[in-house]
Design a protein. Structure first.
Length: 657
């Protein structure tokens, strides 16, 4: 009788507002093994571990396993290691295998620090894991590629990596093969999210990313037939949200056809509701066309334009100098003209970036029409990225701190839960510690005033009328004397103090037990405080004085009446609870027309006259402050839907941006 062995696979993902990703990587390993093993009946695959559980509970799920494989990412490393350690204590004979992007390419220190790990796999895991199973239980790994381990004599052994899998369809689809059917049936109460690959490979070598180094430059493709059948599988199971794992969606000509296929399935079946893709860097027309197709189909809630920086020196240092910024500028203008929401990413702390270049970069993006959202991301270091190399760190004077990984709008860990850690860059030779804090505070202030819409209307009016830079306007709020501007000064001091806390390893987001018991971006927390503590009127009074001073300093004092109209309209349009009746705001200038034209990329002249704007507050109402916090501040984040007349997302998964 053939001896059978039990195999456990763990791909632990965070939960996003109670929704869970199907463990795609684990499913690929199982599907490939069952297809290619000489005797697949020898192996019984246990239900995969796909979400965070207490260590003891998670380990018990694999207590009868003979082999357990862990897919390691920055968001699950500490918990995966803790579970594996406990497993080995429970069953010293279990074979523990680690793979995934968080396993260091040079894994000797990793293996010696974690002796409960028997083998690590680097690179693509399907072939190596199947070969490990084939050699079980003899554990003769001489012919197994892409692995490394410490042998019985204490020597560290490294096997040469296998060639990448060129025919990706040789990996059966875990969706179409029924790998997840039992899991979805057993955990039917869970909401499922899906990961989806259409290709593998990345031609870029950005130093902060381990993608290009992990997959190399050549792009291999899954077949169109497979992809359409997977899309219909998602639709049949009413999966609302799909995250496309491609590094550069739109880089291939056929990506236009993939977008059209997904749009057709959505139109036919109403699912999926969202397909989140990572836009290609250089293919201008295809980047535009694929995103426009997805947007028109309602699949794309907005286009992410990830510049990371617009400083040429920083871009050269991170090996993105071959990525055209003109393309991003053109795409921004085209999407703005089409009414398609866009979001921009800037990374704080890139080598070569200074406070001045970062602030100028943010202002330039706003000047080009980005009024929806700039996400100011802190730079973190991944173990297999070039940026992690000691020589690279030394060259650019990179200073880091370890801090707990948090989901934006996520909940705090329960007692006894394992915290995950990331290595955060908090200073460089070009952006020393003091400048990093100032830059971080600038990002928060910019987000609060412009992208949370507290002062976006007067900001745009001032810029359009006078040409005063957005940087100068925002910096005025960072340079106040607190004695003269107590509300604005307190906000500035809060941002500076919080930047200092992050620099010492504190949380990247601000935890509020009172307001939904979640972690808020610091700018959103201040918006909540201003609103709930009755400070908005005092804030707007101080803001009016500050902005008057800016106009006077730039010899544009005659524009102050327009400024007052813009501030009054902005204040009246802010969404708040308890404002259930429509109101009319009368102004002496066409401030709303100028503002709305600017959002479309059109310059509209300011006119004098009598203007009356009806604000339809009765169409939107929130019963209490917690409801407002969730439905306006949280769900409105991505679309910047803080003003009456704008629509927030109906559902916004915590941690997803």
């Amino acid at each position: 009788m053939t001896e059978c062995f039990k195999v456990g696979l763990a791909q632990i993902n965070n939960s996003f507002s109670g929704a869970h990703y199907l463990p795609y990587a684990a499913g690929l390993l199982q599907a490939y093994a069952q297809e290619h093993l000489s005797s697949p009946q020898r192996f019984i695959f246990l239900p995969p571990l796909y979400k965070r559980l207490p260590v003891e509970e998670a380990a018990m799920k694999f207590s009868e396993a003979d082999i357990v494989g862990f897919s390691l990412y920055v968001w699950n490393q500490k918990l995966s290691l803790a579970i594996a350690r406990r497993l080995k204590e429970m069953n010293p004979k279990v074979l523990v295998v680690f793979g995934g992007p968080q396993v260091p390419d040079n894994a000797e220190a990793f293996c010696r620090e974690n002796p409960f790990i028997d083998v690590v796999i680097n690179g693509e895991g399907e072939t190596a894991f199947a070969r490990l199973l084939e050699s079980f239980p003899d554990r003769n790994w001489a012919d197994v590629p892409s692995i490394s381990f410490v042998n019985a004599s204490g020597d560290f052994i490294v096997h040469e990596k296998s060639d990448r899998i060129r025919d990706l369809d040789s990996i059966p689809s875990p969706y179409l093969n029924g790998i997840f059917d039992e899991l979805m049936k057993d955990d039917s109460a869970d909401e499922w999210l899906a990961l989806w690959e259409t290709n593998r490979g990345c031609p870029f070598q950005c130093t902060f990313c381990d993608w290009g180094s992990a997959t190399q430059t050549k792009i291999f493709q899954f077949s169109m037939d497979r992809l359409e059948r997977e899309m219909r599988w998602f639709s049949d199971r009413k999966i609302e949200f799909i995250f496309c794992c491609d590094a550069n969606f739109g880089i291939l000509k056929r990506d236009v056809d993939i977008a059209r296929m997904a749009a057709a399935v959505r139109e036919e079946t109403d699912y999926p509701r969202a397909l989140s893709v990572q836009n290609t860097k250089n293919a201008r027309e295809r980047a535009y066309l694929t995103q426009k197709i997805l947007s028109d189909a309602g699949l794309n809630k907005g286009v992410t334009l990830s510049m990371q920086s617009i400083n040429k020196e920083a871009l050269a240092n991170i090996k993105r100098e071959n990525i055209s910024l003109d393309i991003y500028d053109d795409l921004q203008k085209r999407f703005t003209a089409d009414g398609v929401a866009t979001y921009s990413d800037l990374i704080l702390g890139l080598p070569g970036e200074t406070y001045d270049s970062f602030a100028d970069g943010a202002a330039a993006l706003m000047d080009s029409g980005q009024h929806n959202r700039i996400q100011f991301n802190n730079l973190s270091i991944l173990p297999n990225a070039e940026m992690a190399d000691p020589e690279y760190r030394k060259k650019f004077g990179i200073v880091t701190v370890e801090t707990e990984i948090l989901n934006m709008h996520g909940q705090a860990l329960a007692a006894g839960e394992v915290a995950e850690i990331e290595e955060l860059v908090v200073g460089t030779a070009s952006m020393p510690a003091k400048d990093w804090r100032r830059t971080r505070a600038f990002g928060w202030m910019c987000a609060l005033l412009h992208f949370d819409k507290l002062l976006q209307i007067p900001f745009i009016l001032i810029h359009e009328m006078t040409g005063i830079s957005y940087r100068d306007i925002i910096e005025a709020f960072l340079e106040v004397d607190r004695k003269d501007f107590p509300v604005v000064g307190e906000i500035r001091d809060f941002f500076m103090e919080r930047a200092g806390e992050v620099q010492k390893g504190g949380h990247e987001h601000f935890y509020s037990k009172e307001w939904l018991n979640i972690y808020w971006p610091d700018d959103e927390y201040i918006l909540i405080r201003l609103s709930t503590e009755g400070l908005l009127d005092a804030f707007y009074k101080e803001a009016a004085t500050l902005l008057e001073n800016i106009l006077e300093a730039h010899m544009a004092g005659e524009r102050i009446p327009v400024l007052h109209d813009a501030i009054a309209l902005n204040r009246a349009m802010m969404k708040l609870p308890g404002q259930d009746e429509d109101i009319v705001v009368e102004t002496a200038h066409n401030v709303l027309e100028v503002y709305q034209a600017a959002l479309r990329g059109i310059l509209e002249p300011v006119e004098n006259g009598k203007f009356a704007y009806t604000i339809e507050r009765s169409k939107d109402s929130w019963a209490d402050w917690p409801t407002w916090c969730r439905e306006v501040v949280w769900f409105g984040n991505k679309k910047g839907a803080y003003l009456y007349g704008s629509v927030a997302l109906e559902k916004y998964y915590a941690g997803h941006y």
